[in-house]
Design a protein around this ligand. Structure first.
Ligand code: ACO
Length: 361
């Protein structure tokens, strides 16, 4: 029984293709490396075009629509923020997204994409003991997010690095959270419910919950001398090394290289990068010994951790930042699924006992 549905094709999409043996990611006809320099707004235009009744989106249309919708979303912050105090950061985002009403008149794909950075920034500030800051529609989405989170404008290099990250993780075939979103969309439950479900799938450590633990691992290793013994002990305990392995890629995840270059371009201590590279090299060597029949390589989360750390994003917000980027893919897949309008309803094979005799009354 193929419990993980490995290699099973269950949807056709025009949005993205993950070439697991070639180590390529194609997004709407473009290699990842060719679109990594786009703004987040331009990437959304690329993904949404043709899936909504609107005439073709231009980057500027998306920028205007998102800026207005961020203001709408900010109205949800005050009524909800106190209820997040007993929750983790990702649980707080789940609550905020669930607070958006199906009756809201802002197109839901725009609202979901615009609301996420507003909520993620408010959550990070609240957890640091600060009040939320309102969006500024004159900013692009990435710059406004950093401004709302930090309380001051971010340097252009930081905005560019965040944008590269958001674009790099925006869509990735039928990953677990995107599949979840499409299943929910197929019931006609609506886009907002679909993306709440997607976030619930993303938060697991085998999917979007890994980058925080990558930094925890680097901290726990601590020194160059401790790399090999620490990793060996972790593998002897049959632990998974965070930031390595992937269901589809049998070679290096192409997103890892884009993000490694981004991390290297940020001034946050060359030692950190050198240390991470040393951990990566040793981990790959040990994983090859440990699992000779299964190629385990670096995945997107490893260098994500270094980029987000350099952007001074709190570790417990890493999964929420991933959701900001992946919201692009989730909304586009939901729009695509809604056009198909066919309930996703597979079958299970019953392996329990057969009825023997009627249950006594
Ligand atoms: N460290 C150690 N061993 C590993 C790792 C790892 N990172 N990844 C897989 N393995 C081992 C498994 O334990 C398994 O061993 P076994 O055959 O002795 O039981 C073997 O390699 C095959 O692994 P699978 O579980 O079949 O691989 P799968 O495709 O299910 O896993 C996954 C993919 C979940 C990403 C896995 O590699 C993992 O847990 N990695 C660590 C967590 C991580 O980095 N998550 C982020 C993924 S990227 C993303 O979702 C955006």
């Amino acid at each position: 029984m193929n419990q993980g549905l490995d290699d099973v094709v269950v949807a056709e999409t025009v949005l993205s293709h993950v070439d697991g043996t070639g180590g390529r990611l194609v997004v709407r006809g473009h290699e990842l490396e060719d679109i990594a320099g786009l703004s987040f707004e331009a990437l959304l235009a690329l993904l949404w075009n043709g899936l909504t009744p609107q005439p073709p989106w231009a980057e500027e249309d998306v920028r205007t629509a998102l800026a207005a919708a961020r203001l709408v979303a900010f109205e949800r912050v005050a009524p909800t923020i106190a209820a997040t105090d007993r929750l983790s950061a990702v649980e707080a985002l789940r609550l905020f997204l669930a607070s958006l009403a199906d009756a809201d008149t802002t197109p839901h794909h725009v609202l979901a994409a615009a609301a996420t950075p507003v909520f993620v920034a408010a959550i990070a500030r609240r957890r640091a003991g600060h009040v939320p800051i309102a969006p500024d529609p004159t900013f692009g989405q990435a710059g406004d997010f950093l401004r709302m989170m930090r309380g001051e404008n971010a340097p252009a290099a930081h905005v560019r690095a965040l944008e590269t990250y958001l674009v790099t993780v925006a869509d990735h075939g039928l990953n677990a959270s995107t599949f979840t979103a499409r299943i929910i969309a197929s019931t006609r439950a609506g886009l907002l419910s679909s993306v709440v479900g997607a976030l619930c799938a993303l938060k697991g450590p085998l999917h979007g919950g890994a980058p925080g633990p990558v930094l925890d691992m680097l901290d726990a290793i601590g020194s160059f001398e401790n790399i090999r013994p620490w990793l060996k002990q972790a593998l002897a305990r049959e632990e998974r090394l965070m930031g390595f392995g992937h269901r589809v890629y049998r070679v290096r995840d192409p997103r890892a290289d884009v993000l490694k270059a981004t991390a290297a371009g940020l001034r946050h201590g060359e030692n950190r990068i050198r240390f991470a590279e040393a951990v990566e090299a040793e981990a790959l060597a040990l994983l090859a010994q440990h699992h000779p029949g299964r190629r385990l390589d670096t995945n997107v989360e490893f260098y994500t951790a270094l980029v987000l750390e350099a952007l001074q994003i709190p570790r417990d917000s890493f999964t929420n930042i991933f959701a900001m980027g992946r919201m692009a893919g989730w909304t586009a897949h939901v729009l695509e699924q809604e056009r198909i309008d066919r309930l996703i309803r597979p079958q299970s094979r019953y392996v329990g006992p057969q009825p023997q005799r009627p249950i006594a009354a």
